[in-house]
Design a protein around this ligand. Structure first.
Ligand code: SF4
Length: 434
């Protein structure tokens, strides 16, 4: 067999896309390809594209040009949400093959067969059913990530049709992975990873199509004592006593709740077709804080939704302060063709820029408040990297921590005494600066 080429999967977008890329990379690694990172020099590239905003879709297109700069003779394949949304935009000379969101492993099979010239090799190393969602998503014992964090994808698609969102159109209906295959994957990484991040496109919808629920699944996580459990983005509707009780039974549960808000004004929430009111959102956060007084509540807020008035925007800022988020991802509204909001007249770029700046100021103020609250509290930190002799890691509430007392992939309890860079640090860093 000829020497297999160097291959890279260039991933844009969310954790779910990252998980899909990891799955494809596992296939290529097992088949004997040399794996390259991102835009490192390679012979073959797969662009796993994103379409959540117009900017993300543009970046997906531009990555073809960036790859050509690295290797003008590279062979390029494209998959993901942007090609699902409009594959013609990728039909360029050195793009060999384009698929959408639900046939990424089919693409991996095609590439393995093409370069090995062996039509059986893929099935020998991998049963395709091992890596797609719905009834076929069974197990991937072969894949163990020797990483700090292991992303596990338990759900794909969404049925919510928020009026600004393209995802239900490009990723399809919500579908859940079987509990059995999820637990088998977690069993296979239990002794290897320090933290597991549970991801999905609409995690909160997990199990609605298979007669179970995210809460029922989390009840089965109580047997895992060795790794931290962090949840991806959640919708308010999933937060109740039973859900929080289930999290309390997970020994190393990370009390960091990314609770998507999008707007702090009820009129705008209704226009967005979001399924809750600010009152319900506030009650859910209060309940979380009854269980975890120091929980990190982070969120996404869209500013400049079409027809959002100045008064409604001010309500959004007020509500963000009322909640006291520990961080806010601020998204200037991005019009997506094919969505309900995509048919509305967007606000001017000046208004978007102005509102993004003002909500950005609220974000910084709230981050500062939350970091201050962490000082003096002993925290469990998972250290990941080292910068100039200082270890950098994250707490269970996903606060960045700097300390000289760390090591890779190990968890330590430290007492932060000061805000430092974009996080907090302990005395070992302050003393070294004196
Ligand atoms: S919940 Fe709304 S914003 Fe989230 S993926 Fe579904 S449609 Fe999009």
């Amino acid at each position: 067999m000829n020497k297999l080429p160097k291959i890279s999967v260039f991933t844009l977008g969310c954790k779910v896309n990252q998980y899909d890329s990891d799955a494809m990379l596992a296939v290529f690694k097992t088949a004997g390809f040399e794996i390259c990172e991102g835009l490192e020099f390679a012979d073959v590239y797969i662009i796993n594209s994103c379409a959540v905003t117009a900017e993300a879709e543009k970046k997906s297109r531009q990555s073809i040009t960036r790859i050509k700069k690295v290797n003008p003779n590279a062979t390029i394949y494209v998959c993901g949400c942007a090609s699902q949304n409009n594959f013609l935009q990728f039909a360029k000379d050195n793009v060999k093959y384009i698929v959408g969101t639900d046939n990424k492993l089919g693409l991996a099979r095609k590439i393995v067969e093409e370069y090995t010239g062996d039509e059986e090799v893929f099935d020998k190393i991998f049963n395709p059913a091992d890596f797609s969602i719905g009834s076929e998503f069974e197990d991937n014992d072969g894949v163990v990530n020797l990483l700090t964090r292991h992303f596990i994808k338990i759900q794909d698609g969404c049925n919510n049709f928020c009026s600004y969102c393209l995802i239900p159109y490009v990723r399809g209906r919500s579908r859940s992975r079987s509990e059995e295959s999820i637990l088998r994957e977690l069993d296979s990484v239990e002794n290897v990873v320090k933290e597991v991040v549970v991801t999905g496109i609409n995690l909160s919808a997990y199990g609605r199509d298979t007669g179970t629920s995210l809460t029922d699944l989390l009840k089965k996580f109580s047997k895992y004592k060795k790794f931290g459990v962090r949840l991806g983005s959640l919708e308010v509707g999933v937060i109740d006593k039973e859900f929080l009780d289930a999290t309390k039974k997970i020994r190393l549960f990370c009390p960091h709740f990314h609770l998507s808000l999008q707007s702090g004004d009820d009129g705008v929430l209704k226009a967005m077709n979001r399924k809750y009111t600010t009152k319900e959102y506030y009650q859910a956060v209060r309940l979380i804080r009854e269980y975890y007084p120091n929980a990190a509540i982070t969120t996404d807020i869209i500013v400049g939704y079409p027809a959002e008035t100045e008064k409604e925007f001010v309500n959004s800022m007020k509500f963000a302060r009322k909640i006291g988020f520990s961080d806010i991802h601020v998204f200037p509204y991005s019009s997506r063709k094919g969505t309900v909001a995509g048919r509305m007249q967007p606000l001017s770029p000046d208004i978007l820029e102005d509102r993004a700046k003002r909500m950005g100021e609220v974000k910084q103020e709230l981050i500062g408040n939350y970091l201050n609250k962490q000082l003096g509290l002993p925290v469990r930190v998972l250290f990941e990297t080292q910068e100039n002799g200082v270890w950098v890691g994250h707490t269970q509430t996903y606060v960045k921590v700097y300390s000289k007392l760390g090591s890779r992939n190990k968890a330590y309890t430290i007492v932060p005494i000061s805000k430092y860079k974009d996080g907090i640090c302990d005395a070992s860093v302050i003393e070294s600066k004196l």
